[in-house]
Write a protein that binds this ligand. Structure first.
Ligand code: PLP
Length: 402
């Protein structure tokens, strides 16, 4: 997954353009910047690659999610449906607005189960936020139908799946709004950064203003701009955007390498008895940043993950026990632990996540082992890795299952 593996001359060139002009800010200073507008150029490049009308570049993927919600008018007490398996940013970005994260089970796609989404809808529900975890995607057609029927917004968190597609459309562009992260470990990186994409002009204008203190960006004098509504500072710097401008031009090369390496690993594992692959919706193409497979039960999966580590296979994850990515370990959310007092709407609206039954999510994630796909592996290394993983999986299975 990580674009940082291939950081090179093009990244350095764009960063040097910025350093030589000294204009580190994305707005203003027109005369000093030697014609360099890295954030603007990166927004254009993202819009083109993702086939959307508007892109707003911001400081992180987390802020992108908050801004996307804010742009669509989501606020205190509104309910946002999100999956139990994701990154903590999902509920952080919702709570930041005083809105309420409503956690819903995943299925064998390891993303939102559409039936469970439908069951979770209340009069307060405003948004369904699927998360395309580990390179593969949610069942977008089913989710869109539910959203249309109940007049809800579909917001795609595509932070881990940039470059994947669904029904021929780039992930992030299928819903009303989509978000990307360009943090250091994502498929392409800015160091830190994120983006919101949409075809909705109103949301795009809101995102533009909201991410920069509500500035209306009319005219050339920042001091003279008006503020149609309250905002915040979620700007990206020109230095970060410069790195991203280089990386986006290499995205399709990165994806091709990932697909090649992924395919070698998948072909080695697919025939092992008792091993099944994570389900990818028929309409979808992954971005191939991870390969995820199921073992017959939780104990075998946990033992397999341990054995992979012991045998020197790095970059393998057992998300079920992970502190960041699964509801089981989100004690700070369950206990509503915050520095200051949370808004009443959040305190009163949050379901009791200590007692909520997520056994369906436990069933799927408890059996899943996930392997990171790296860009730097040679074909030989990838094949050796595939053989090693296969050996480890087979040996653990025969011990556990007798
Ligand atoms: C990385 C990530 C985010 C947040 O992105 P940052 O840029 O690190 O704030 C949000 N959602 C998912 C699924 C992510 O993996």
């Amino acid at each position: 997954m990580p674009g940082f593996e291939l950081f090179g001359d093009l990244e350095r060139k764009h960063v040097n353009d910025v350093l030589e002009s000294g204009v580190l800010m994305r707005y203003g200073f027109d005369g000093m910047r030697n014609g360099h507008w890295k954030a603007v150029e990166l927004e254009k490049a993202i819009s083109e690659r993702m086939q959307v009308k508007h892109t707003q570049l911001v400081s992180s993927g987390t802020s992108a999610l908050t801004i996307a919600l804010a742009s669509a008018g989501i606020g205190a007490g509104d309910e946002v449906i999100m999956p139990t398996f994701t990154f903590v940013a999902s509920f952080e970005s919702i709570i930041a607005l005083g809105a309420v994260p409503v956690l819903v089970d995943i299925d064998d796609t390891l993303t939102l189960d559409p039936e469970k989404v439908e069951e979770a809808i209340t009069p307060k529900t405003k948004v369904v936020m699927p998360v395309h975890m580990c390179g593969s995607m949610a069942q977008l057609k089913e989710l869109k139908a539910i959203c249309e029927q109940h007049d809800l917004l579909l917001l795609e968190d595509a932070c881990q799946a940039i470059g994947g597609s669904y029904d021929g459309k780039p992930l992030g562009s299928y819903g009303d709004l989509g978000c990307f992260s360009f943090d250091y470990v994502k498929t392409i990186t800015c160091g830190e950064g994120g983006a919101i994409i949409t075809n909705n002009e109103t949301y795009a204008t809101h995102a533009d203003h909201y991410s920069d203190h509500g500035h209306d960006h009319v005219g050339k004098d920042r001091g003279a701009e008006t503020h149609p509504f309250l905002g915040y500072n979620f700007r990206i710097s020109e230095l970060n955007a410069a790195v991203g401008l280089a990386q986006i031009s290499r995205l399709d090369d990165f994806l091709a390498i990932q697909k090649k390496n992924y395919t070698i690993l998948r072909e080695a594992l697919i025939d092992i008895q008792g091993v099944t692959m994570r389900r990818v919706p028929d309409e979808g193409e992954e971005n191939y940043s991870f390969l995820t497979f199921f073992l017959p039960d939780e104990e075998t999966a946990r033992n397999t993950h341990k054995a992979l580590g012991k045998n020197g296979v790095d970059g393998c994850f057992y998300w079920f026990d992970n502190n960041w990515h699964y509801v089981k370990k989100w004690d700070h959310l369950k206990n509503k632990t915050s520095l200051g007092k949370l808004p009443e709407e959040v305190l009163n609206g949050l379901p009791d996540y200590h007692s909520k039954d997520f056994s369906q999510s436990d069933y799927w994630l408890g059996r899943a082992v996930c392997v990171l796909i790296k860009l730097g592996w040679t074909e030989e290394e990838t094949k050796a890795r595939a053989t090693k993983i296969k050996e480890v999986v087979q040996s653990v299975k025969s011990i556990t299952l007798g």
